[in-house]
Write a protein that binds this ligand. Sequence first.
Ligand code: C5P
Length: 312
Amino acid sequence: MLLACPAKLNLHLRVAPLSPPGTQNAGYHHLASWMVLTSLHDDLSLVPRFTPGVTLTCQWHDESAPHSQVPTDDRNLVLVAARALAEHLPDSARDSLPGVALHLTKRIPPGTGLGGGSSDAASTIYALDRFWQLGLPTEVLLDVAAKVGSDVPFFLHCLTTGTHSAWCTGRGELVSPISLPRPRTALLIFPPLHCSTPDVYRHFDQLKLGTDLSSITRPPLGLPAIPLLSQLQNDLQPAAFGLYPRLAEIHAIAQRSLDSAKTLQLIHLTGSGSALFTLFDTPQDAAVAQQKLPKELPSTLVTLGQSRQNPL
Ligand code: C5P
């Protein structure tokens, strides 16, 4: 069994102040985000094992490129997800689960706000439910997903319904499908640093940032790239730039490279960073813009909403 685990972009991300103790989602931040899948993806394969238990191995798709280490121990969200699903079963059922060897082929860099680990975890929940023939209701699987991480329900919802674009609220786990944006090509820029999501949120609190979400509406659907980009906002961006000044510098360099006398091609952060993105109406426009970036700054073009079909 082989599943694609697509990366996401937070096209728009509005974040409320930290929820105080004793309230819903205490210790987290309520948010409202337009999340879309992209064509960049990891692959997860499942192979039966004769001995019980779940094992994980991992390799980079392009092993020649420099990559950060992805842990294959209990910290990996794939194993966290497998454990969360198994813990949901009665002891007797858990003890008789068939053994399975999971293998990840990684393309999505960790610590970039592209949701690679969360997407891998969602695919794990989806695939193990089938492999173990549990047949759990979707709501139960979504509950398990929310325990693993705030973004995991979005990816699982996409897998179970074929959705590619959603308005996510709560701490990210309440998912309502909406249309994809009109521009379908994104240029992803990879500054050579990784952001820690808890650290960025903590800095967000130190800066006393936070948006009143009651007045937040979705950006209008159907706008072309340039006017759409001017309506998109990531409330975590000032916190990420404050915490990682090099990220702010690279953003400014990339922004200057793409600016022209005619148009302001706004570049935004996805999630808590470190990846940056901007949108284009055609792949040709995107390719022209990519050429303008400094050669030493890694980047790639992706299609929005085009994830590889899963053969399940
Ligand atoms: O849910 P997840 O494990 O992805 O969250 C990682 C960290 O990001 C949390 O521990 C929390 O500090 C922060 N977070 C938050 N509010 C959210 C989502 C994440 O404060 N809505």
